[in-house]
Ligand binder design. Structure first.
Ligand code: GH3
Ligand code: MG
Ligand code: MG
Ligand code: MG
Ligand code: MG
Length: 316
């Protein structure tokens, strides 16, 4: 038994029974007899494949299919129609509404199982490729593409909701000389260890730890204000130095350390601003025409300040 999830929607319980019997060894079966319940149920269970009846009293299979296709959550989820109807018109309408294929009623056990299994295998490959396309190959944390997507999404959300959004940019200190002294393979191990340390440290599901580029790492903290982000960055800095990775070329404690810069959004009177901490309290940035790039620039500038303040420190 695999961990595939199969969602079946049909207003006839008899068809659901037959399909469940055929497919029970292929995956876990979820079902509904109400067309209007399909989208919500799909959002809850995140099925790997959806089998849809075309004729249902409350909503047609075509309408459901189009509704699911509009939702970005289900871009890669195959939808198959299960229908008693034959004919070019029905089939072409079904395929243009976003379904990948057909199963004819009454469902043939061998053909139905083979067809569903094939689409599930394809779905698994797509999931793997999608995951790989968002993951950094060296460190296994989110890559730059995933970071850019997350930042754009969270920036929009912060502007809409008024919640804070914090960004920590971190850079390994004297990493070039680490590579020169210990070799690039040891440098890779070090980068992996530091990335793991960050990933372990950041706990909320909405937080994103990413490799921004080279030996620069980013931590995106939705709903997190400047003070809290500062504490997180400071404790990451301490954790990294506790890894005690020897670095004789460092002028610091002769171990690998990181410097960090932080920026945070605050939304005031529907204007999103970027704030940073100065002695004497919070200061806020230019209020108009800001984009997520301003958050990166501000965090970068703070990182530059950290480097110029002797490294192995956090600046805002
Ligand atoms: P600073 O304290 O100012 O940050 O000094 P630095 O030497 O760390 O800064 P610099 O930007 O000059 O060097 C970054 C180095 O990181 C250079 C590059 O070879 C190394 N690097 C970037 N990506 C990788 C990687 O994937 N593996 C290894 N081993 N090294 C990398
Ligand atoms: Mg029906
Ligand atoms: Mg660097
Ligand atoms: Mg560096
Ligand atoms: Mg540098």
């Amino acid at each position: 038994m695999t961990d595939f999830k199969i969602l079946i929607a049909d207003d006839e319980p008899g068809t659901i029974r037959v399909l469940s019997e055929i497919l029970k060894s292929v995956g876990k079966i979820y079902f509904t007899t109400h067309g209007t319940h399909v989208l919500e149920l799909a959002k809850n269970i995140l099925p790997d494949i959806i089998l849809l009846d075309i004729e249902m009293p409350d909503m047609t299979g075509f309408e459901i299919c189009e509704q699911i296709r509009r939702d970005a959550m289900f871009t890669d989820t195959p939808i198959l129609f299960v229908t008693a109807q034959n004919g070019i018109d029905q089939e072409s309408r079904a395929l243009t509404s976003g379904a990948i294929d057909f199963i004819h009623k009454p469902p043939h056990p061998v053909l139905t199982k083979a067809r569903v299994s094939n689409y599930l295998a394809l779905k698994r490959q797509t999931d793997e490729l999608r995951m790989l396309s968002m993951q950094d190959g060296l460190t296994n944390i989110a890559n730059r593409r995933a970071f850019d997507k997350a930042l754009s999404r969270e920036w929009q959300r912060a502007c809409r909701s008024g919640h804070s959004l914090s960004l920590i940019m971190l850079d390994i200190d004297f990493f070039k000389s680490y590579n020169d002294r210990y070799g690039h393979l040891a440098g890779d191990d070090c980068l992996r260890a530091v990335a793991n340390c960050l990933a372990r440290h950041v706990k909320r599901p909405s937080d994103v730890v990413a490799r921004y580029g080279g030996e620069e790492l980013a931590v995106l903290l939705p709903g997190c204000g400047l003070e809290e982000a500062y504490d997180i960055a400071e404790s990451i800095r301490q954790e990294v130095s506790r890894l005690r990775i020897a670095h004789a070329g460092s002028t610091l404690p002769s171990t690998i350390t990181v410097s960090a810069g932080i920026a945070t959004t605050v939304t005031l009177c529907q204007n999103t601003e970027i704030c940073w901490r100065k002695p004497g309290g919070l200061q806020s940035g230019v209020p108009c025409g800001l984009t997520e790039n301003n958050l990166i620039k501000r965090a970068d500038r703070a990182l530059y300040t950290a480097k110029n303040s002797g490294r192995n420190c956090v600046r805002t």
